[in-house]
Design a protein around this ligand. Structure first.
Ligand SMILES: [Fe+2]
Length: 161
């Protein structure tokens, strides 16, 4: 396949928004991780439980923005245009956004149930365990997405086909 100039175009405002989003998301992910790593060693007060719900809600809002940027600005859709052979992988990545978002929402429901001590409520320690599972899935997703973009970039340059 002959060399084709890049078909993906970005503008400066979009790049700046992506950069800010990534930075804020990374901060929230690691702040939440630190918070939950402390849980087995400390008995959580109501105030601490409330703070953990608030932090998870902030994370949920940032994750919604993160996925909206990826979906709406369509760089995964660009991947499909550039390299149709990667279509199924790109669609799977987009579907994972919904799965991950729903998983975080369920986790927040559990954290709220723990806060209000509802019957059969999961303990905060269980919420922490589920958060670490979610975190691993999210990082696996990000790694798969980066690998997909690199494959598409290779295709765009005529390296992959
Ligand atoms: Fe993604």
């Amino acid at each position: 396949m002959p060399y084709a100039p890049s078909q993906v175009s970005f503008n400066a405002a979009f790049l700046s928004e992506i950069k800010e989003d990534n930075q804020r998301l990374q901060e929230l992910l690691s702040e939440t991780e630190i918070m939950f790593r402390r849980i087995p060693r400390h008995r959580y007060s109501v105030e601490q439980k409330r703070a953990s719900v608030q932090r998870l809600l902030k994370l949920r809002d940032q994750l919604a923005l993160h996925f909206a940027l990826e979906n709406a600005f369509g760089y995964l859709v660009d991947v499909i245009d550039i390299a149709p052979r990667l279509c199924n992988r790109a669609k799977a990545m987009i579907a994972e956004h919904d799965d991950l978002f729903l998983e975080l929402c369920e986790l927040i429901d559990d954290a709220e149930a723990a806060l209000y001590d509802e019957g059969n409520a999961a303990s905060v320690v269980n919420v922490a365990r589920d958060y670490f599972r979610f975190l691993q899935k999210f990082y696996d997703h990000e790694a798969a997405e980066n690998a997909l973009l690199l494959d598409a970039f290779d295709s765009d340059l005529g390296v992959g086909d």
